[in-house]
Design a protein around this ligand. Structure first.
Ligand code: 13P
Ligand code: SF4
Length: 318
């Protein structure tokens, strides 16, 4: 294998993409250099919408496994490549299909809404998927008296429950390790250091963090807010990859990452998101491996919940 430097890798990736009619889709939590070469970057909802529409033959997914799997569910005839199949998700891991199945049996008559941060097996048990961009609207699209199981993120679930004001929501007790680990003490220290800064937080954060936030939203909502708002400094309480786009879109503003208690870098990285590197993208494009493969019966079952989410989102113009 040739030893390529970063500039060579970028050239080779562009060449291979053209030659193979491939696209790179990437999440906002990816490394900066990957965000810069991706054909499309977005939040989980935007990425699934994009995946449903692309004409490319090969989709290289720069993100974590459940996201690439979602792409494959929506595009069964395309080759979907994940540059590192070990790029998992602690939130998806916190909800095993076997356990959810038992939970559903314990709560008969409930409609199951699951965050897309779940495996295909969990999606197959789900009535409607949601992301942090559309969770409120998805819940509100159901009649007020319809009983709901919301899985797997307890922080997002409780936050949504507080907004929609319905008591008939049972929430699965799962969480994302990245968003759970933000330190309230460190956030207070940053607020004291930057008294004029606004706090932007992702709804996967704990309630105590959300109570300190000036704005709460999905990664794309946080990004949009930072563009439209007139403050000049922001403390950002979500995975640090998003700061790259925020800084790019707002060169004159200052963005400060909020850290967990024991952070050495002063920020909070998702180890899984950061497993994807330029080198791995290059290798995966070259070899067209590792490919996401799904059992067709499972894919069909899982697809229904994502299609329902996309239909509701489209109807509501999200
Ligand atoms: P969104 O992209 O929906 O903001 O979700 C963030 C996330 O945790 C993905 O891992
Ligand atoms: Fe999963 Fe959390 Fe990483 Fe998102 S940030 S991929 S929810 S572990």
């Amino acid at each position: 294998m040739k030893n390529l430097n970063q500039a060579d890798l970028v050239v080779e990736i562009q060449r291979l993409k053209k030659e193979k009619n491939a696209v790179i889709l990437g999440h906002f939590y990816q490394r900066s250099e990957i965000q810069d070469i991706a054909d499309f970057i977005g939040d989980s909802l935007q990425l699934s919408q994009k995946a449903a529409k692309t004409n490319a033959d090969i989709i290289v997914f720069a993100g974590v496994h459940f996201m690439a799997e979602t792409v494959k569910i929506l595009s069964p005839n395309k080759k979907v490549i994940i540059p590192d199949p070990e790029a998992g998700c602690s939130l998806a891991d916190s909800c095993k299909a076997e356990d959810l199945e038992k939970f559903i049996k314990k709560h008969p008559g409930h409609t199951v809404i699951s965050y897309v941060n779940t495996t295909a097996k969990v999606k197959a048990l789900t009535d409607i998927c949601c992301t942090s961009s559309n969770a409120v609207q998805i819940v509100n699209s159901l009649p007020k008296d319809e009983k709901i199981i919301f899985a797997p993120d307890r922080n997002l679930g409780n936050y949504i429950k507080s907004i929609v004001g319905r008591e008939n929501m049972v929430i699965w007790d799962g969480a994302c390790h990245v968003h759970e680990e933000f330190s309230v003490e460190k956030l207070f220290e940053l607020k004291r250091e930057y008294p004029n800064a606004k706090v932007l937080a992702h709804p996967e954060c704990k309630k105590v963090i959300l109570l300190l936030a000036d704005f709460i939203g999905s990664t794309s909502a946080l990004l949009n807010f930072s563009k439209k708002d007139d403050a000049d400094t922001y403390i950002v309480v979500t995975e640090s990859g998003i700061l790259h786009q925020m800084q790019k879109d707002n060169p004159s503003k200052t963005f400060i990452p909020a850290p967990p208690m024991d952070s050495t870098c002063g920020c909070n990285d998702c180890i899984y998101m950061k497993m994807i590197t330029l080198e791995k993208i290059y290798q995966s494009l070259l070899t067209e491996q590792p490919e996401v493969i799904l059992d067709e019966e499972l894919r069909k079952k899982a697809e229904k919940s994502i299609i329902r989410m996309l239909e509701i989102s489209e109807r509501l113009g999200l």
